[in-house]
Design a protein around this ligand. Structure first.
Ligand SMILES: [Fe+2]
Length: 279
Protein backbone atom coordinates (compact mmCIF):
# COMPACT_ATOMS: atom_id res chain seq x y z
CA UNK A 1 0.00 0.00 0.00
CA UNK A 2 1.35 3.41 -0.97
CA UNK A 3 -0.28 4.98 2.06
CA UNK A 4 1.67 2.96 4.62
CA UNK A 5 4.03 4.97 6.83
CA UNK A 6 7.68 5.07 5.83
CA UNK A 7 9.81 2.85 8.05
CA UNK A 8 12.89 2.52 5.84
CA UNK A 9 16.03 4.60 5.69
CA UNK A 10 15.65 5.28 1.99
CA UNK A 11 12.82 6.50 -0.22
CA UNK A 12 12.85 4.73 -3.56
CA UNK A 13 10.84 5.77 -6.61
CA UNK A 14 9.09 2.65 -7.88
CA UNK A 15 9.08 4.02 -11.43
CA UNK A 16 12.81 4.39 -12.28
CA UNK A 17 14.47 3.37 -9.01
CA UNK A 18 15.81 6.76 -7.92
CA UNK A 19 16.59 6.76 -4.19
CA UNK A 20 16.60 9.55 -1.61
CA UNK A 21 17.47 9.62 2.07
CA UNK A 22 14.78 10.48 4.60
CA UNK A 23 15.67 14.14 4.32
CA UNK A 24 14.85 13.94 0.60
CA UNK A 25 18.43 14.23 -0.66
CA UNK A 26 19.13 12.29 -3.84
CA UNK A 27 21.37 9.30 -3.16
CA UNK A 28 21.22 7.28 -6.33
CA UNK A 29 19.81 7.71 -9.84
CA UNK A 30 20.14 4.69 -12.15
CA UNK A 31 20.85 5.70 -15.74
CA UNK A 32 22.39 9.03 -14.77
CA UNK A 33 25.92 7.79 -13.97
CA UNK A 34 27.32 9.70 -16.97
CA UNK A 35 25.11 12.77 -16.74
CA UNK A 36 27.03 16.05 -16.46
CA UNK A 37 26.43 18.45 -13.57
CA UNK A 38 24.25 15.91 -11.80
CA UNK A 39 22.76 15.98 -9.27
CA UNK A 40 21.92 19.65 -8.90
CA UNK A 41 20.05 21.08 -5.88
CA UNK A 42 16.70 20.84 -7.65
CA UNK A 43 17.17 17.10 -8.09
CA UNK A 44 16.60 16.62 -4.37
CA UNK A 45 12.98 16.34 -3.22
CA UNK A 46 11.33 19.72 -2.56
CA UNK A 47 11.44 20.85 1.06
CA UNK A 48 8.16 21.84 2.68
CA UNK A 49 7.52 23.49 6.04
CA UNK A 50 6.16 21.25 8.81
CA UNK A 51 4.14 22.80 11.62
CA UNK A 52 2.57 21.31 14.71
CA UNK A 53 -0.67 22.25 16.47
CA UNK A 54 -1.12 20.04 19.52
CA UNK A 55 0.07 17.00 17.56
CA UNK A 56 -1.75 17.93 14.33
CA UNK A 57 0.84 18.31 11.59
CA UNK A 58 0.40 20.92 8.87
CA UNK A 59 2.35 21.65 5.75
CA UNK A 60 1.96 24.11 2.89
CA UNK A 61 2.23 23.22 -0.78
CA UNK A 62 1.76 26.72 -2.17
CA UNK A 63 3.57 29.99 -1.69
CA UNK A 64 2.72 33.44 -2.94
CA UNK A 65 0.14 36.01 -1.89
CA UNK A 66 -1.23 35.46 1.62
CA UNK A 67 -1.40 31.68 1.19
CA UNK A 68 2.29 31.81 2.03
CA UNK A 69 1.94 33.55 5.38
CA UNK A 70 3.72 32.08 8.43
CA UNK A 71 1.86 29.26 10.17
CA UNK A 72 1.71 31.02 13.54
CA UNK A 73 0.18 34.12 11.94
CA UNK A 74 -2.44 31.99 10.20
CA UNK A 75 -3.17 30.06 13.40
CA UNK A 76 -2.87 33.02 15.81
CA UNK A 77 -6.62 33.43 16.49
CA UNK A 78 -6.74 29.77 17.58
CA UNK A 79 -3.59 29.95 19.69
CA UNK A 80 -4.82 33.01 21.59
CA UNK A 81 -8.10 31.38 22.69
CA UNK A 82 -7.63 27.63 22.89
CA UNK A 83 -5.27 26.58 25.71
CA UNK A 84 -2.19 24.56 24.76
CA UNK A 85 -3.22 21.90 27.31
CA UNK A 86 -6.55 21.35 25.50
CA UNK A 87 -4.78 21.08 22.14
CA UNK A 88 -2.29 18.67 23.66
CA UNK A 89 -5.09 16.40 24.94
CA UNK A 90 -6.71 15.99 21.50
CA UNK A 91 -6.68 12.37 20.39
CA UNK A 92 -7.68 11.25 16.89
CA UNK A 93 -10.89 9.23 16.66
CA UNK A 94 -10.88 7.85 13.11
CA UNK A 95 -13.98 5.80 13.93
CA UNK A 96 -15.91 9.10 14.05
CA UNK A 97 -14.46 10.53 10.81
CA UNK A 98 -16.79 11.07 7.86
CA UNK A 99 -16.27 12.32 4.29
CA UNK A 100 -19.31 14.14 2.92
CA UNK A 101 -19.61 14.51 -0.87
CA UNK A 102 -21.50 17.76 -1.45
CA UNK A 103 -23.11 18.59 -4.80
CA UNK A 104 -22.14 22.25 -4.72
CA UNK A 105 -19.17 24.49 -5.43
CA UNK A 106 -16.73 24.52 -2.51
CA UNK A 107 -17.16 28.29 -2.12
CA UNK A 108 -20.89 27.89 -1.57
CA UNK A 109 -20.22 25.36 1.16
CA UNK A 110 -17.86 27.87 2.82
CA UNK A 111 -20.43 30.66 2.43
CA UNK A 112 -22.91 28.57 4.36
CA UNK A 113 -20.39 27.75 7.08
CA UNK A 114 -19.40 31.38 7.52
CA UNK A 115 -22.69 32.68 8.86
CA UNK A 116 -24.89 31.64 11.74
CA UNK A 117 -27.71 33.70 10.22
CA UNK A 118 -29.43 30.56 8.99
CA UNK A 119 -29.31 28.64 12.31
CA UNK A 120 -32.88 29.47 13.41
CA UNK A 121 -34.22 28.62 9.94
CA UNK A 122 -32.20 25.49 9.08
CA UNK A 123 -30.99 23.89 12.33
CA UNK A 124 -33.88 23.51 14.79
CA UNK A 125 -31.99 21.21 17.18
CA UNK A 126 -28.86 23.39 17.23
CA UNK A 127 -31.04 26.44 17.73
CA UNK A 128 -32.38 24.87 20.92
CA UNK A 129 -28.91 24.75 22.53
CA UNK A 130 -27.42 28.04 21.22
CA UNK A 131 -28.43 31.53 22.28
CA UNK A 132 -28.81 33.03 18.81
CA UNK A 133 -29.03 36.60 20.16
CA UNK A 134 -25.48 36.20 21.56
CA UNK A 135 -23.98 34.52 18.44
CA UNK A 136 -21.12 36.62 17.10
CA UNK A 137 -18.54 36.79 14.32
CA UNK A 138 -15.04 38.27 14.43
CA UNK A 139 -13.00 38.74 11.28
CA UNK A 140 -9.25 38.37 11.03
CA UNK A 141 -6.89 39.10 8.17
CA UNK A 142 -6.82 35.41 7.21
CA UNK A 143 -10.16 34.09 8.37
CA UNK A 144 -12.84 34.49 10.97
CA UNK A 145 -14.20 33.15 14.23
CA UNK A 146 -17.84 32.53 15.04
CA UNK A 147 -18.63 32.02 18.70
CA UNK A 148 -21.72 30.10 19.73
CA UNK A 149 -23.00 30.89 23.23
CA UNK A 150 -24.81 28.12 25.09
CA UNK A 151 -28.30 28.53 26.46
CA UNK A 152 -28.49 28.07 30.26
CA UNK A 153 -27.76 24.48 31.30
CA UNK A 154 -26.24 23.47 27.95
CA UNK A 155 -22.71 22.13 27.50
CA UNK A 156 -20.01 24.82 27.50
CA UNK A 157 -16.23 25.15 27.87
CA UNK A 158 -14.65 25.12 31.31
CA UNK A 159 -12.04 27.69 30.21
CA UNK A 160 -12.02 31.18 28.72
CA UNK A 161 -15.08 33.39 28.58
CA UNK A 162 -18.28 32.05 30.14
CA UNK A 163 -20.97 29.95 28.41
CA UNK A 164 -19.17 29.33 25.12
CA UNK A 165 -20.61 26.24 23.43
CA UNK A 166 -18.42 26.32 20.32
CA UNK A 167 -15.63 28.22 18.59
CA UNK A 168 -15.98 27.93 14.83
CA UNK A 169 -12.70 28.99 13.22
CA UNK A 170 -12.42 29.46 9.49
CA UNK A 171 -8.84 29.63 8.23
CA UNK A 172 -8.71 30.83 4.65
CA UNK A 173 -9.03 29.28 2.15
CA UNK A 174 -10.70 25.98 3.11
CA UNK A 175 -10.00 24.84 6.67
CA UNK A 176 -12.50 24.86 9.50
CA UNK A 177 -11.53 24.13 13.10
CA UNK A 178 -14.61 23.66 15.24
CA UNK A 179 -13.74 23.48 18.92
CA UNK A 180 -16.30 22.04 21.28
CA UNK A 181 -16.03 21.31 25.01
CA UNK A 182 -15.33 17.66 24.08
CA UNK A 183 -12.65 18.36 21.43
CA UNK A 184 -12.20 19.35 17.81
CA UNK A 185 -14.03 18.64 14.57
CA UNK A 186 -11.67 19.57 11.75
CA UNK A 187 -13.35 20.11 8.38
CA UNK A 188 -11.37 20.34 5.17
CA UNK A 189 -13.27 21.42 2.05
CA UNK A 190 -11.79 19.89 -1.08
CA UNK A 191 -13.02 21.32 -4.40
CA UNK A 192 -14.23 18.87 -7.06
CA UNK A 193 -14.88 21.03 -10.10
CA UNK A 194 -17.45 23.80 -10.23
CA UNK A 195 -20.41 21.84 -8.92
CA UNK A 196 -19.03 19.55 -6.25
CA UNK A 197 -16.73 19.24 -3.27
CA UNK A 198 -15.84 16.75 -0.58
CA UNK A 199 -15.90 17.89 3.02
CA UNK A 200 -13.67 15.76 5.21
CA UNK A 201 -14.63 15.73 8.89
CA UNK A 202 -11.80 14.59 11.18
CA UNK A 203 -12.52 14.13 14.87
CA UNK A 204 -10.15 14.68 17.80
CA UNK A 205 -11.40 14.14 21.32
CA UNK A 206 -9.92 15.81 24.40
CA UNK A 207 -12.71 15.12 26.95
CA UNK A 208 -14.32 11.76 26.06
CA UNK A 209 -16.72 12.00 29.02
CA UNK A 210 -18.42 15.01 27.36
CA UNK A 211 -18.93 13.38 23.97
CA UNK A 212 -22.34 12.00 24.98
CA UNK A 213 -23.67 15.51 25.56
CA UNK A 214 -22.50 16.86 22.20
CA UNK A 215 -25.05 18.06 19.69
CA UNK A 216 -25.42 15.96 16.56
CA UNK A 217 -22.85 17.26 14.06
CA UNK A 218 -23.98 14.84 11.36
CA UNK A 219 -27.55 16.13 11.55
CA UNK A 220 -26.34 19.74 11.22
CA UNK A 221 -24.17 18.77 8.25
CA UNK A 222 -27.11 17.10 6.46
CA UNK A 223 -29.27 20.17 7.02
CA UNK A 224 -26.51 22.40 5.62
CA UNK A 225 -25.99 20.13 2.61
CA UNK A 226 -29.64 20.43 1.70
CA UNK A 227 -29.63 24.23 1.62
CA UNK A 228 -26.22 24.41 -0.11
CA UNK A 229 -27.54 22.11 -2.88
CA UNK A 230 -30.46 24.48 -3.29
CA UNK A 231 -28.09 27.47 -3.52
CA UNK A 232 -26.02 25.66 -6.17
CA UNK A 233 -29.17 25.30 -8.26
CA UNK A 234 -30.23 28.87 -7.49
CA UNK A 235 -27.00 30.57 -8.61
CA UNK A 236 -27.22 28.70 -11.93
CA UNK A 237 -30.56 30.31 -12.66
CA UNK A 238 -30.51 32.91 -15.44
CA UNK A 239 -32.48 35.11 -13.06
CA UNK A 240 -29.68 35.22 -10.50
CA UNK A 241 -27.49 38.32 -10.61
CA UNK A 242 -25.93 39.21 -7.30
CA UNK A 243 -26.82 39.61 -3.67
CA UNK A 244 -26.06 41.83 -0.69
CA UNK A 245 -24.41 40.86 2.57
CA UNK A 246 -26.14 41.41 5.89
CA UNK A 247 -23.85 43.87 7.72
CA UNK A 248 -24.85 42.37 11.07
CA UNK A 249 -24.89 38.66 10.31
CA UNK A 250 -22.68 37.96 7.28
CA UNK A 251 -19.34 39.63 8.07
CA UNK A 252 -17.54 36.29 7.72
CA UNK A 253 -18.97 35.61 4.26
CA UNK A 254 -18.02 39.12 3.15
CA UNK A 255 -14.49 38.60 4.48
CA UNK A 256 -14.22 35.28 2.60
CA UNK A 257 -15.35 36.82 -0.68
CA UNK A 258 -12.91 39.72 -0.26
CA UNK A 259 -10.01 37.31 0.32
CA UNK A 260 -11.09 35.14 -2.59
CA UNK A 261 -11.21 38.19 -4.87
CA UNK A 262 -7.69 39.18 -3.78
CA UNK A 263 -6.30 35.71 -4.48
CA UNK A 264 -8.06 35.52 -7.85
CA UNK A 265 -6.63 38.92 -8.78
CA UNK A 266 -3.16 37.77 -7.73
CA UNK A 267 -3.54 34.57 -9.78
CA UNK A 268 -4.69 36.59 -12.79
CA UNK A 269 -1.73 38.98 -12.51
CA UNK A 270 0.66 36.03 -12.20
CA UNK A 271 -0.89 34.38 -15.27
CA UNK A 272 -0.69 37.66 -17.21
CA UNK A 273 3.01 38.03 -16.27
CA UNK A 274 3.71 34.48 -17.47
CA UNK A 275 1.87 35.08 -20.73
CA UNK A 276 3.90 38.24 -21.32
CA UNK A 277 7.08 36.23 -20.73
CA UNK A 278 8.13 38.25 -17.68
CA UNK A 279 11.24 36.60 -16.29
FE1 LIG B 1 -25.38 25.51 9.07
Amino acid sequence: MLSEPCRGERIRCRYHGRTFDRQGRLKNAPGFENALNFPEPEDHLPELPLENLGGLLFTRLLTGHNLGLPFNTWMEPVLTRIPAAFLHDLQPRPDLDVDYPVEAHWGLYCDNYLEGFHIPFVHPALNKVLDFSAYRTECYAHGSLQTGIAKPGELCFDFGEPNVAAYYYFLFPNLMLNFYPWGLSLNLVEPRGTDGCIVRFRTFVARPDLLEQAYNIDEVQREDEEVVHAVQRGVQSHLYRRGRFSPDLEQGVHQFHSQLAQVMEYAQQTADSSNRGTP
